[in-house]
Design a protein around this ligand. Sequence first.
Ligand SMILES: [Zn+2]
Length: 311
Amino acid sequence: MIYAAGLIASGALVSASGAQPHRLLVTPERPEPGSVVRLSLQPPVAGADAPVSVEGRLAGEPLHFIAAGAGIWRAIGGVPVDAVDSLAARVLVRLASGRTDTVRATLRLPPPPPRRAAGTPRLSVDDRFTRPLDAATTARIEREGNLARQIGRRAHDSPPLWRVAFLKPRTSRVTSRFGTGRVFNGTVTSRHLGVDFRGAVGSRILAANRGVVALVDDFFLAGNVVYIDHGAGIVTGYFHMSKTLVATGDTVARGDVIGLVGATGRTTGPHLHWTARYGELTVNPLDLVARAGAWYTGSGAAGSRGKANGN
Ligand SMILES: [Zn+2]
């Protein structure tokens, strides 16, 4: 199901040349912060002046549009975890006739949840997790955070490296969902910006999709980490591993075993913490499974690929 998202088109519904403008549809209609959204650029009528390139931005990140056939172009985008109220997507369409269209869509976010939602986990943990960190450790965490953001930014430099849907890196139970508020010793300290999967030390972790290993490292918070650059702005990260089985620069296939579950870094026990980024934005990795896969790469569609980014 695709919903129109508060559509505004280049200041007028009929452009200067008299042609109808394209429409930009966004789904879901009211995305949660941290969501991956689908964007679909639709021609006004079949056989209309066809786009030769489509470029755009959402929440400060470039969008990578791909021709999906029948004059439709598709992209995915990310909603910042701290977004409130609304976000604007802006797309520039260059048409075969030489004309250009600027198309905008407004994404309206749901109202923020109450400060203390029912069911917020209350964790009572070892005070090594609540004790203030020394300056060197704080600097290390900041450095490692910057490195992860840089990997996200670089993922915009490659075309999508996957062809089929993302899979979950483990089939085990999810023990903590994305975005859940965390209460450490009675205080809300942070939101959970990943998805936790149950696993014993040594259980296998799979690459969620095809990509290039952007980093294998040992981070203070995340422990042994692997980041995979899937192209088109998408990165997935796998934390707390007991053992990593890939090296930076390796190309991995969807479902390859990339490491083993562990409890390295700042964690209370063995599990896989799975994260995803769209550029610099942290997004819900399960949205990649649900929304990004075949829909985005347009498998089965007749459209051309490769010149979609307009760069
Ligand atoms: Zn986690």
